[in-house]
Design a protein around this ligand. Structure first.
Ligand SMILES: O=C(O)C(=O)Cc1ccccc1
Length: 272
C-alpha cells in the first residue's frame, strides 16, 4: 500500500500518518501541496492520501474541503486527531532581533497570531506550502524563522527560538485519509456529506437539518463554503454519526437527497 502526504518529511501530516492504523507498514510518498497529494490519489499514483481538514483554533482547511467537492470521486476512509504544538525555529545563533520574515503554511501561522504579534511585531509572514517546507527554507536563511514542529527542528538542524507558541490550549487538527473506495461499517462510524440547495427560499437548510433531527441522528459538524458559482451561493458540509450503508444513515441520505440540489457523499469511516 502506498500513502501520500503533505511533505517534506517533518510535517504534522507525516506525524498524523504514523498514528493511522491503515498506514502501518505502508510506503510513504510526500507531495509538495495538499492539492498534489489529492491528485496523486485521484490518479492512482498512491492508494490513499492524508489531508488536514480542520483545526480547533483556525477552523476548516479550505483547500481540502474544496477539493473534496470540486474534484469528486475520493472518499474519506479514516479520521485522525492530532494535538498540535507549534514552535518558532531558526538557524542556531539567530536571535529574535535577527528575524525579518516568518515562514509557514498560513494555517500554522494563524494558530500563533497572538505570539507573533507580541514577540515579532510588524514582521511579515511569508507563506510556505507546509510547516516542514518552511523549516527547510529557514535552514538556508539567517533572516528567517519558521513556525513548525519539534520534529521539523531536529530534521532540518534548527534551534527552538520559542516553544509551544500556539494561541490557547487544546490545539488539535483533524486529518482525513482519502482513497478511491469506501469503507465498510464498524458500528462506530461517521459520515461526511456536502450539498447545495435548490434555490434561495425560507427554510431550505432547516428542512435538511430536520431529516437528521427527526431520526435523532447527532451531527458533529456543519460548515458552509462558497460554491464558487455566485456570491451568496454556498456548499454545506455536514458530518453525522452513523454509516451510509446502515439503515438510519441510508434513510437520512435518501431524505437529504429529496431536499437538495446536488449531494456529494464524502465517505463513511470509523470515528477517530
Ligand atoms: O504543514 C504541515 O505540517 C501540515 O501537515 C499541515 C498542517 C499545518 C498546521 C497544523 C496542522 C496541519
Amino acid at each position: 500500500m502506498r500513502v501520500g502526504y503533505l511533505g517534506p518529511p517533518g510535517t504534522f501530516s507525516e506525524e498524523a500518518l504514523s498514528r493511522c492504523d491503515l498506514a502501518g507498514g505502508a510506503e510513504r510518498r510526500d507531495y509538495p501541496s495538499i492539492a498534489d497529494t489529492f491528485e496523486a490519489v485521484a490518479k492512482g499514483e498512491v492508494d490513499c492520501g492524508l489531508l488536514p481538514i480542520e483545526n480547533s483554533l483556525e477552523g476548516s482547511v479550505s483547500a481540502t474541503l474544496d477539493l473534496l467537492v470540486h474534484r469528486p470521486g475520493l472518499r474519506i476512509r479514516r479520521e485522525v486527531l492530532l494535538p498540535i504544538r507549534q514552535n518558532l525555529l531558526a538557524r542556531p545563533g539567530v536571535a529574535f532581533g535577527d528575524v525579518k520574515r516568518v515562514l509557514s503554511i498560513p494555517i500554522a501561522a494563524a494558530q500563533c497570531q497572538a505570539f507573533l504579534r507580541a514577540r515579532l511585531p510588524g514582521v511579515p509572514l511569508e507563506p510556505a506550502l507546509s510547516t516542514a517546507e518552511a523549516a527547510r527554507l529557514a535552514a538556508e536563511r539567517p533572516d528567517a524563522a519558521a513556525v513548525a514542529s519539534r520534529a521539523a527542528a531536529e530534521r532540518y538542524g534548527l534551534a527552538l527560538l520559542a516553544e509551544d507558541i500556539q494561541d490557547g490550549e487544546g490545539n488539535t487538527t483533524r486529518f482525513v485519509l482519502v482513497a478511491r473506495e469506501d469503507e465498510r461499517p464498524t458500528g462506530r462510524d461517521r459520515t461526511s456529506i456536502a450539498f447545495t440547495l435548490d434555490r434561495d427560499r425560507p427554510g431550505g437548510l432547516y428542512d435538511v437539518l430536520g431529516v437528521f433531527a427527526q431520526r435523532h441522528i447527532n451531527l458533529s459538524k456543519i460548515e458552509s463554503r462558497p460554491s464558487k458559482q455566485a456570491l451568496g451561493h454556498y456548499v454545506f458540509f455536514i458530518d453525522f454519526e452513523g454509516h451510509r450503508s446502515e439503515a438510519a444513515g441510508a434513510e437520512a441520505i435518501a431524505g437529504v437527497l429529496e431536499r437538495v440540489h446536488a449531494l456529494h457523499l464524502l465517505g463513511s469511516y470509523p470515528r477517530g
